[in-house]
Design a protein around this ligand. Structure first.
Ligand SMILES: Cc1cc2nc3c(=O)[nH]c(=O)nc-3n(C[C@H](O)[C@H](O)[C@H](O)COP(=O)(O)O)c2cc1C
Ligand code: SF4
Length: 570
């Protein structure tokens, strides 16, 4: 009895299971049949149906076929696009949303422009706010650069910073603010403006951009850094003061195997237009990262300027081959100075491991070789292209870097013979004054001068599709940058920024930005607390590192620094 009941039960449940299977199969067939009408595929279905209908009507009534031809072609092309989307494998979203997903890609493409044009407030916009860009454009065009009604800054937010003014401001003169760069070992010191064009290579920038920058520098009496891509004919053509930068690729002064060629270096460096020579150790936006210009982009012109073979990738290695120790680096600096005929010689870096910079300081003491200048780049600095992780999270920001180098040099009693340059989002006089208060003698700007050339921060420098002709090698795009007009803009921007700096300095009761000290600035550290920069950026005593410091920023790193290796002593 129990067995019969069990059999019946088994029969029932297997029948039930088979019904369920049939029902599921039917449901699956229905789903497949309805798939073309689902929201995902409906656009493709409509295009295919409309194309078929139009073709059908056209065949049925040949007289109207000509009229229908254009819509047939449009809907037919869309249908083919949809079929291609379905079959391709690289974009999942296109496989699932044929045709319609292209709208998403289009919107993604124009997102930065949409945000910039419609949604960005005055203080929004990265890396540079709309307000900062606007003030550069206005100064470059000599338009009214004043603002109405009052600040749009929230002066009670944490991190807000201000400069202190004096009850007895000075009357400001049209001061050009120059400083002399060149220590005791330099026989051709350079009188530099406190505001110069930061390193950007021909290759990253278009020929017209280089021409306009260099001629603008000539007109305004300031310096133009070549970047590591070599001295191009566009730098020479205009005759502006040049700082020649060499990086680990030694472009313009290398043997074919990529090693440093002293004779080629001397030939270029002795040219009168070159006022200083600079060794690039690292760059804030991509410290410790080399670079590759793919073979396809190595044009005959670039191959000539850089001294690299055509048809091969043009590589900047991550590290230098000309030296591998702190002492070796100082000896290379001395060699560069000798080969350039005694011109100011320095290096540029973004601070990474503190003991490495202190190792360089110890090497200065050991060899007696001191650079004439050090440019400290912050990790907030710009680049043509770099990996996101490097840009966002590698390297010390400019202010901490400048202050660290400033204090280290005070600590070894070398501050008075070495000038410090700062770069990293410096575009206004306030940016300059702040950097100079915590240790910089002068400032360099890359993107500020790009804005003066007309850069609209479209963030497409790495695609060779720059809309303003600044960062491209495409001649049809570069022609948009009209050099004679932009020369004046570069010059005006420099002039107006320095004018604004003069006013700030005078308002603080000072006469030269070199008198700026941390005590002249404050920062809000919470809604109710304010700290002087003097507390935030305390200064070492002269010679303190030599005497043995207890300052936690330096104590351990100084102990770990060695002159014969960049590795830390453990
Ligand atoms: C397009 C572009 C190219 C650059 N090329 C170089 C270069 O060749 N060598 C270098 O040392 N720095 C290079 N830089 C970095 C700048 O010189 C500067 O250190 C950095 O952008 C910080 O300045 P900024 O914030 O004013 O742009 C480049 C920056 C940009 C935007
Ligand atoms: S306009 Fe865009 S692509 Fe051109 S330099 Fe400026 S950010 Fe780069």
């Amino acid at each position: 009895m129990g067995i019969v009941a069990d059999d019946t039960k088994t029969q029932d449940s297997s029948q039930h299971a088979s019904h369920k299977r049939v029902a599921l199969a039917e449901e699956g067939i229905m789903e497949t049949l309805l798939l073309p009408f689902s929201p995902r595929f409906i656009v493709l279905t409509i295009c295919a149906v409309v194309t078929a209908l139009l073709i059908g009507i056209g065949i049925a009534d040949r007289k109207i076929f000509d009229i229908l031809l254009v819509p047939i072609l449009i809907f037919g092309a869309l249908t083919l696009l949809g079929v291609r989307d379905l079959l391709q494998k690289s974009h999942a979203v296109l496989r699932n949303y044929p045709i319609s997903a292209h709208i998403r890609f289009l919107l993604e493409e124009i997102r930065p422009e949409m945000r910039q044009y419609f949604f960005e407030s005055e203080k929004d916009g990265m890396p540079f706010s709309r307000d900062t860009r606007a003030v550069v454009y206005q100064r470059a065009k000599m338009e009214l650069d004043k603002r109405p009604f009052g600040t749009q800054e929230d002066v009670y937010r944490e991190g807000y910073e201000w400069m202190h003014h004096s009850v007895s401001p000075k009357t400001h003169a049209e001061e050009k603010f120059r400083i002399t760069i060149g220590g005791p070992d330099c026989s051709k010191p350079y009188s530099a403006s406190v505001f110069n064009i930061s390193a950007m290579s021909f290759g990253a920038l278009s020929p017209n951009a280089v021409r306009a920058l260099n001629a603008g520098a000539k007109k305004g009496g300031f310096a133009h850094d070549t970047g590591e891509g070599g001295v191009s004919p566009y730098h020479r053509e205009m005759g502006g003061d040049i700082i020649w930068e060499i990086g680990s690729g030694y472009f313009g002064c290398r043997h074919l195997d990529g090693t440093f060629d002293p004779e080629a270096f001397a030939r270029v460096a002795c040219d009168d237009q070159i006022k200083m020579v600079e060794l690039k150790v690292s760059q804030g936006a991509k410290p410790g990262h080399g670079g590759v210009l793919p073979a396809a982009k190595v044009s005959e012109e670039i191959s000539k300027i850089r001294g690299v073979a055509m048809g091969e990738d043009c590589i900047s290695p991550a590290s230098h081959r000309a030296f591998s120790t702190p002492v070796g680096m100082m000896q290379f600096i001395a060699e560069m100075r000798r080969l350039s005929g005694g011109k100011p010689t320095g290096f540029k870096l973004c601070i990474g491991h503190p003991w490495e910079f202190l190792a360089i300081c110890k090497a200065m003491l050991q060899t007696g070789i001191y650079p004439d200048f050090i440019v400290v780049d912050g990790n907030e600095g710009g680049t043509g292209a770099a990996p996101l992780e490097f840009m966002d999270h590698l390297g010390m920001p400019m202010r901490e870097g400048v202050n660290f180098v400033h204090n280290a040099l005070i600590g070894i009693n070398a501050r008075d013979r070495i000038r410090i340059g700062a770069s990293g989002k410096i575009a206004t006089a306030f940016d300059m004054a702040r950097a100079m208060a915590i240790g910089a003698d002068y400032c360099n700007s890359a993107r500020g001068f790009m804005f003066s050339l007309g850069c609209i921060q479209s963030l497409s420098c790495h695609t060779d599709r720059c809309p303003t002709g600044v960062a491209t090698q495409d001649p049809t795009r570069a022609r948009a940058l009209y050099v004679p007009l932009k020369i004046d803009r570069v010059h005006n921007y420099h002039h107006a920024t320095l004018h604004s700096l003069t006013e700030l300095i005078a308002a603080a009761g000072l006469e030269h930005p070199q008198q700026l000290r941390p005590i002249h600035f404050s920062q809000r550290t919470s809604t109710t607390q304010v700290q002087s920069f003097a507390r935030l950026y305390p200064e070492l005593r002269p010679g303190e590192l030599l005497e043995g410091t207890e300052d936690p920023r330096f104590r351990e790193a100084w102990r770990m620094a060695q002159t014969d290796t960049f590795q830390p002593a453990v």
